[in-house]
Design a protein around this ligand. Structure first.
Ligand code: NAD
Ligand code: DAU
Length: 332
């Protein structure tokens, strides 16, 4: 049994991870989360108090972080500013949390010799052409496009430097686009589902030909546990489930699953610098560590996600109006 410190555990993927850990291991979890607009304590409701505790605070608060590392066997670092559209509007919080916050955790890991797993994104590799036969691998050069992805790339490089220079015991994973319960309504899939539930047509940026490589958040969680358990220190693992879909196909599937006409959506202003395609080759994780995804059918995973948003309106309704006001100001 280990004591895990999970940063960003009240966010989308972090809260899915905490649920996964409680269900599949006997670890205890302390969540450290600032509860920004993206954090929601309701995502942790119902978890056993003897297994999960919560601390509200900033990962860039060195004194707070130091005390928490003292009592942890391992740290899983999810906390981040995570939304590309926000980073185009105001990059500063992305530097503060993704760069300075990660630096603060690395210094604590170094002082206390605590094992750290850093959660990152496939966006650090930039984008691919639609017809490129290559997918991202651990050897792909970094080439981030947005303020968000460049700060994630910076945080990855900090982790690598702290491993090499100071012997910090860390691993990194770069995962593709996640879907599932507890995702903020600013993100593509929940935005469209909750819009349709309110009678609003989906909004597709630009032509909608952009491709994302979808993985269920629960599969991301099992991959992270596998890396914590069996990953080689200092190494990077790519996490993906062979789930490439164009945005247009995803919107049409959401509409079909929700009983609407498949063409009942609108094209809106494109995202500046919009990455065309992401695609992950997760061979290393599968062959070296033996991980496999459980959600292999996107259609049924998406249908379950739609049901979750239908059944949990109280979880998302508070954030919906402010999110849509932001998009409206950008013509999106
Ligand atoms: P999210 O925005 O839903 O959640 C982020 C959480 O971090 C929130 O609970 C927020 O309150 C917390 N947080 C933000 N700043 C903080 C700070 N300074 N101190 C403490 N807590 C803070 O994000 P997400 O989509 O769950 O992403 C989690 C991680 O996974 C991020 O590192 C992201 O880069 C990475 N990632 C996300 C995806 C995806 O598809 N969403 C894919 C690959 C990797
Ligand atoms: O690839 C991993 C990344 O996936 C993570 O690192 C990020 O944290 C996460 O937000 C996600 O980034 P994207 O920019 O791909 O996700 P987003 O949900 O914002 O958009 C997905 C695609 O849908 C993207 O091509 C933009 C498009 N889009 C988005 C919205 C909100 C639309 O067409 N319409 C929309 O309303």
């Amino acid at each position: 049994m280990s004591r895990l410190l999970v940063t960003g555990g009240a966010g989308f993927i972090g809260s899915n991870f905490v649920h996964h850990v409680v269900e599949h291991t006997d670890h205890t979890v302390t969540v450290l989360d600032k509860l920004t607009y993206a954090g929601n304590l309701a995502s942790l409701e119902g978890l056993p108090a003897e297994r999960v505790s919560f601390v509200q605070g900033d990962i860039a608060d060195a004194e707070l972080v130091d005390g928490l590392f003292r009592d942890a066997d391992a740290v899983v670092h999810y906390a981040a500013e995570s939304h590309n559209d926000n980073s185009l509007n105001d990059p500063r919080p992305f530097l503060d949390t993704n760069i300075v916050g990660t630096y603060t955790l690395l210094e604590a890991a170094r002082r206390h010799d605590v094992r750290l797993h850093h959660i990152s994104t496939d966006e650090v590799y930039g984008d691919l052409e639609l017809d490129d036969p290559q997918r991202f691998t651990e050897q792909t050069p970094y080439n981030p496009s947005s303020p968000y992805s460049s700060t994630k790339a910076g945080s990855d490089l900090l982790v690598r430097a702290w491993v090499r220079s100071f012997g910090v015991r860390a691993t990194i994973s770069n995962c593709s686009n996640n879907y599932g319960p507890f995702q903020h309504v600013e993100k593509f899939i929940p935005r469209q589902i909750t819009g349709v539930l309110r009678g609003v047509r989906p909004r597709l940026y630009g032509t909608g030909e952009n491709v994302r490589d979808w993985i269920h958040a629960d599969d991301h969680s099992s991959a992270v546990l596998t890396i914590l358990d069996k990953g080689e220190l200092g190494q990077t693992y790519l996490i993906g489930a062979d789930g490439e879909q164009s945005n247009k196909d995803v919107v049409e599937l959401i509409l079909e699953l929700m009983g609407q006409e498949r063409d009942a959506y609108d094209h809106v202003a494109d995202r500046p610098g919009h990455d065309l395609r992401y695609a992950i080759d997760s061979t290393r994780l599968r062959t070296e560590l033996g991980w496999q995804p459980r959600y292999r059918d996107f259609r049924s995973g998406l249908a379950a996600t739609i049901e979750w948003y239908r059944d949990n309106e109280s979880w998302w309704e508070g954030a919906k109006d402010a999110t849509e006001a932001f998009y409206a100001s950008k013509g999106q």
